[in-house]
Design a protein around this ligand. Sequence first.
Ligand code: IMJ
Length: 257
Amino acid sequence: MTDFTGKYGLVVGVANKRSLAWAIAQATASRGARLALTYQGRFEEHVNELSQGLSQPPLVLPCDVSSDDEIAAVFARVEQEFGGLDFLVHGAAFAPRDELSSPFANTTREGFRVALDISAYSLIALTRGAIPLMEKRGGGSVLTLSYLGSQRVFPNYNVMGVAKAALEATVRYLAADVGPRNIRVNAISAGPVKTLAAAGISGFSSILTVYRERAPLRRNIESSEVGEAAAFLLGDAGRGISGEVLMVDAGFHIMGM
Ligand code: IMJ
């Protein structure tokens, strides 16, 4: 599969070993990519530990994606160390906990703001930072992670569904904007995986069961399957694809019932 030897990537949104962003980091690093990984404050230890396990030691940097200053600092360091960038992986998402258990009509103004800022706006800010570094390399590929809750209603997904709908629209508008510079922008919409983003979500186990029963493949997906689909979209094999949301969900989304 796609070789990433000599390619530089930035991966945002690794929290721990179960993170889909980590699966993407592993899939690209194992194919030869040199990576920078960013962590949000509380995940520093986890990400530092994980980074030891990559074949090439990554650059590990702090980044709170709600801060323009921290985003600017990340790209300054990446430019210093790599001189350019071939791909960007955006796997950051957050809504205040209460928003994922309260009735949707009770969504707060602040909860809505935070969810859309962290989970959708950050893709615009990060892509803007990546553009000059990708132009130095003659183009690049940007990938984000979404969920079917952007299109359909799932219990408790609530304002995250709204944020993912905004994120998928952002993918299309960014793809149109940066395409002339040979930069592609895509999303993978992954089926449910027991990551930190799913921890403590009430009813998550029954969601996994429903997917397993109804999906054409009669099983749930594995993180590595997201990693490999990501490697395809990020690498040369995906060079004709932009503005796309690729479903990696064992086919679940095609079913009517
Ligand atoms: C999350 C909530 C409800 C239903 C859910 C999920 N389903 C899936 C998820 C069906 C698959 C996981 N997911 C796709 C997410 O995007 C989760 C985002 C998320 C999770 C948390 C939990 C902890 C917290 N804030 C969060 N913000 C976003 O405090």
